[in-house]
Design a binder for this molecule. Structure first.
Ligand code: F6R
Length: 236
């Protein structure tokens, strides 16, 4: 594991963006696994700047997002599809047809989950997976549990996740209680993983996840077994 401690959020965002742009330059048709949340916003901003300067071309990139809230359509401002469009995809030359976010609306979520995994496999897996980490140790929405969930699945969000994410909603009651998330297999099969964490409140869980016992009670702890993982952390 490579652990990079940086001084502030700006440095974290620039370092993460460098990592992602290097991947896109080396393999222009790469598959990027992407995350939402507050941590990657600066990374996306930096990538947009470099795209606007002409330094990076996303026209052949495929992106696959980790998760989506159940019950929210893609045009809902709180949905992760909307987040990705407004914070990233609308500002770069990626083809929207090559951007995948699990659907929060489905008549048949078992089928939706199965198809998401098949789709990831059909692209040959993920080249570079960007991850944030929840204060309870979740990655994607793989919440602490008795087992590591292998495949894309529907999950009931834990109270700490709902509380943490309520900052994006007008009240905690509005936060959807369920989500659909990529499972641990697709994440662990990514060729490279880039985990970014920002803020003192992430320090304790980061320590437990990266240096403590590997347990499904802290889903991110499984990342210790990945052979090519880089972690970028800023305390600020
Ligand atoms: C979002 C996701 C989550 C977040 C995590 C941290 O797609 O997969 O695991 O990465 O909840 O969120 P922030 O960055 O808001 O602290």
């Amino acid at each position: 594991m490579k652990f990079i401690k940086v001084n502030n959020y700006e440095e974290l965002s620039r370092t993460a963006a460098n990592f992602i742009s290097a991947q896109v330059i080396v393999k222009p048709n790469c598959v990027l696994g992407l995350a939402t949340g507050s941590t990657p916003i600066g990374t996306y901003k930096q990538l947009i700047k470099w795209y606007q300067k002409g330094d990076i071309d996303f026209s052949n990139v495929i992106s696959i997002n980790l998760d989506e809230y159940i019950g929210l359509k893609g045009d809902n401002e709180q949905s992760y599809r909307y987040f990705m469009n407004t914070n990233f995809f609308n500002h770069i030359n990626i083809s929207k047809d090559n951007t995948f976010v699990p659907s929060g609306i489905s008549e048949d979520f078992d089928k939706e989950c199965e198809e998401y995994d098949k789709m990831i496999k059909s692209f040959g897996g993920i080249d570079l997976q960007l991850l944030g980490i929840g204060v309870d140790g979740h990655i994607g929405f793989n919440e602490p549990s008795d087992v590591f969930e292998k495949n894309t699945h529907v999950v009931t969000l834990h109270k700490s996740t709902i509380d943490a994410n309520s900052r994006f909603f007008s009240s905690p009651e509005e936060v959807p209680t369920k989500a659909i998330t990529m499972g641990m297999t697709s994440i662990m099969q990514a060729k490279k993983i880039l985990l970014i964490a920002n803020g003192k409140n992430k320090e304790e869980i980061l320590n437990k996840a990266l240096f403590g016992p590997i347990t499904p009670k802290i889903p991110a702890s499984l990342l210790q077994l990945h052979s090519d993982i880089t972690v970028i952390y800023s305390e600020e």
